[in-house]
Design a protein around this ligand. Structure first.
Ligand code: AMP
Length: 193
């Protein structure tokens, strides 16, 4: 069974938290583009420095750069049985590139696109709290608002894109972590059977 899951949700909706839990339960790797960029930055690679010039403004890293990085990551042996994509795709161009990549490299398609939905004011509050706890450089109020706007403009159209293909499943993310996780697992099991 090969399972490709695209986890969608605005910044702060809990994608990262849920993806990590799914990784443990399903035995599939979490592929989070934000984490990959941050790891590159930590090691001061050219990719990391380039990505950071966009991240620090709350803007998206260009599609070609992001897609090339995901392509390399999906070519790793641990991705052979599927992955949990977290924070990718974020544009329609990335979604198209992902479809091609899955068709060509894996001879497969996305199985399910769960969308963790949380109201925008709750999200901003959560992100400000995260800023205090984790100290992420892009978690200040101005960048948070910018990331929300980018999400609405570039990424939210993907919801209709995946809904039209019957892949989108809405999950209410304004609940305890365990409740969200339980529903995700149930919906993924349904989609995989
Ligand atoms: P995240 O950790 O997913 O919130 O991502 C943090 C930042 O990394 C974003 O605000 C973007 O600057 C960049 N980023 C992460 N994923 C992508 C992507 N799929 N496309 C473009 N930029 C991305």
């Amino acid at each position: 069974m090969v399972t490709f899951i695209v986890l969608m949700g605005a910044p702060g909706a809990g994608k990262g938290t849920q993806a990590k839990l799914l990784q443990e339960k399903l035995g599939l790797p979490q592929v989070a583009t934000g984490d990959l960029f941050r790891a590159n930055l930590k090691h001061q690679t050219e990719l990391g420095k380039l990505a950071n010039s966009y991240m620090e403004k709350g803007a998206l890293v260009p599609d070609e750069v992001t897609v090339a990085m995901v392509k390399d990551r999906l070519a790793q042996p641990d991705c052979a049985n599927g992955v949990i994509l977290d924070g990718f795709p974020r544009t329609v161009a990335q979604a198209d590139a992902l479809d091609h990549l899955l068709a060509e490299e894996f001879n497969t398609k996305i199985n399910i696109v769960p969308h963790i939905h949380v109201d925008v004011e709750v999200l901003v509050e959560r992100l400000q709290k995260r800023a205090e706890i984790e100290g992420r450089a892009d978690d200040n109020e101005e960048t948070i608002r910018r990331r929300m706007a980018v999400y609405e403009e570039a990424t939210a159209p993907l919801l209709a894109y995946y809904a039209a293909r019957g892949l989108l499943v809405e999950i209410n993310g304004d609940r305890p972590i365990e409740a969200v996780q339980a529903e995700l697992l149930q919906k993924i099991a349904q989609a995989s059977s």
